[in-house]
Design a protein around this ligand. Structure first.
Ligand code: DX5
Ligand code: ZN
Length: 217
């Protein structure tokens, strides 16, 4: 994996033109697909049938972010759909270790996400079960929110734990990532950056991706 990965979020793309929207981010490392169920978060987006179609036409791998209840039931279905990585929320999983193992055996990278107010400490011993830890830098549910600086110490602690244990776990951040906030997130130890409005909300998404890469250093 590169030291800095940019994953544009299609939440800010034009949902009626997903195929052409995907062609606009060919230089990204992956496309971040936000699945919401109007229960775990107060918003509803898309589900398995749409993700299966995205998988068929996307020029880059899929990074699926599940903001849904009953992750144990649904996450493996997204691995079976061919996603490169599937991230479930720790708050929505009954058996996160079992689920992470199931994702890996289903051929996907296993990701686990934490809401801004969820502590990382209870999960440090299971980092070896994960390929990616997602530290949410906004409350999940909507694009276009402001980066929460209060999450920076948690990013730092997670990155230190990963480094200390010598594990190949990526630290992903999601929410409010711009050329300004990415600097702080990268400095705290994040390596994978999700960006919705700062990529799809501008004229030239590829230029925005390059700008984010440059800013992350
Ligand atoms: C929010 C989603 C994010 C969202 C980020 O709950 O998980 O992936 O698309 O959007 P921006 O980058 O606009 O904050
Ligand atoms: Zn997301």
């Amino acid at each position: 994996m590169r030291t800095c990965c940019i994953h544009p979020s299609i939440l800010s793309a034009d949902f009626v033109n997903l195929q052409s929207e995907l062609q606009r981010i060919k230089t990204a490392d992956a496309v971040h697909v936000d699945v919401m169920d109007n229960s775990f978060v107060p918003n509803l987006t898309l589900g398995l049938p749409v993700v299966r179609r995205i998988q068929m036409v996307s020029p880059v791998p899929l990074d699926v972010h599940l903001m849904i209840d009953d992750a144990d039931r649904w996450a493996p279905e997204y691995a079976a759909a061919g996603a490169a990585s599937v991230t479930f929320h720790a708050e929505a999983a009954r058996a996160p270790i079992r689920l992470a193992r199931e994702l890996r055996s289903g051929g996907a990278g296993a990701g686990m996400a934490l809401r801004p107010a969820t502590a990382v400490e209870p999960y440090l011993d299971m980092l070896c079960e994960l390929d990616m830890l997602l530290i949410m830098t906004v409350e999940p549910g909507f694009g276009g929110q402001s980066f929460l600086d209060v999450t920076l110490p948690k990013i730092r602690r997670a990155a230190e734990a990963v480094r200390g244990a010598g594990l190949p776990v990526a630290i992903q951040v999601d929410g409010g990532i711009t050329e300004e906030t990415i600097v702080r997130a990268a400095e705290a130890g994040a390596t994978v950056f999700v960006a919705g409005s700062s990529v799809y909300g501008v004229e030239d998404p590829e230029a925005a991706i390059a700008g984010l890469r440059r800013a992350a250093g």
